[in-house]
Write a protein that binds this ligand. Structure first.
Ligand SMILES: [Mn+2]
Length: 314
């Protein structure tokens, strides 16, 4: 799908909504902001429906097109970005169902083509796909490039995951030509952290244990652990990446408690283990080397089930 096809679908429609997955990440947020700004330049005024955006991405939100959730009442066209299935739209599912035209632009291999128009492509990130949808680069400006760069840098782990291609670097090069402060963005995405999240990371590392003869490195944080450092789930970003840096293990598992009986599980693989398949066992999804899911039960049950699902692959 090229940008013009998307523009044609949006033309003469009153309520155009751009949205992404629950717990929006750098790629999801970057893609939504970039596409909204690009469409704006084409005379299409879309609104972004998104949950609370983590503070890390404040630099993208300031002065950009953004509408408070409760101001969005109707949708005629719904564009889902970086979202593998309809359920991942979370609170925005009703807006999706209401739309007469639905569009799905995504790079998750688990994507189940849930919209009327599905542009699902193998790429580093949804932001990379959006860049490729442009017929030419004349619509780009610094804020759009910052948003696209954020998504690409985020989903490639600052250009180190194996989803990074020659093309990814070429696109990043074009974005840098527009004055993107790549050094500051990568620091914000991957290195700057608050003192409290630094401390909670330390606890997660201290709790980490090997399972299955060094196949899995697993750690967890309970609500109590989070409370101890005045942290929320969002302050634990980066824990699973840190685990994945340990050389001896093949996959990293981070479990964080989000309510009494609900746990969010993040998985990373540095081997042949397909963690997307593991997440799918529990209704989650993602990529072969990075995925996530939500499981209910006790922490011990969650650990056991995840270890069992990984064992299936050995
Ligand atoms: Mn993505």
């Amino acid at each position: 799908m090229k940008l013009q096809e998307l523009v044609n679908l949006c033309e003469n429609q009153a309520n155009i909504i751009i949205s992404g997955h629950i717990n929006p990440d750098g790629d999801c947020i970057g893609a939504c902001y970039a596409l909204a700004a690009i469409l704006h330049k084409k005379g299409i005024h879309a609104k972004i429906a998104m949950e609370d955006i983590p503070d890390t991405f404040n630099y993208l939100v300031e002065g950009r097109l953004y509408v408070e959730e409760d101001q969005i009442k109707r949708s005629d066209v719904f564009i889902a970005l970086d979202c593998g299935d309809k359920e991942r739209l979370g609170p925005h599912v009703p807006l999706f169902d209401q739309a007469s035209i639905t569009i799905n632009v995504d790079h998750h291999i688990s994507n189940n083509h849930f919209a009327d128009y599905n542009h699902v492509v193998e790429a580093s990130s949804t932001c990379e796909i959006i860049f490729e949808m442009l017929e030419d680069t004349s619509l780009l400006d610094k804020p759009i490039c910052e948003a696209l760069y954020t998504g690409i840098a985020y989903d490639t782990g600052a250009f180190k995951h194996c989803n990074t291609t020659r093309r990814t670097y070429e696109i990043a090069g074009t974005l840098i030509d527009y004055g993107v402060n790549f050094n500051e963005i990568i620091n914000r995405l991957y290195y700057y952290k608050s003192y409290k999240s630094f401390k909670v990371l330390g606890l997660a590392i201290a709790n980490a244990k090997m399972y299955l003869d060094n196949v899995i490195l697993l750690t967890s944080l309970s609500l109590e652990d989070l409370k101890r450092y005045d942290c929320e789930k969002k302050d634990t970003d980066g824990v699973v990446q840190m685990l994945n840096e340990v050389m001896e293990s093949s996959c990293a598992v981070f479990i964080v408690q989000v309510s009494q009986d609900t746990f969010k599980v993040s998985l990373r693989s540095s081997s042949g283990i397909d963690v997307c398949k593991v997440a799918q066992v529990f209704g989650g999804g993602g990529h072969t080397k990075a995925s996530g899911c939500t499981i209910t039960g006790t922490i011990e049950q969650v650990k056991e089930q995840i270890i069992e699902a990984i064992t299936e692959q050995l």
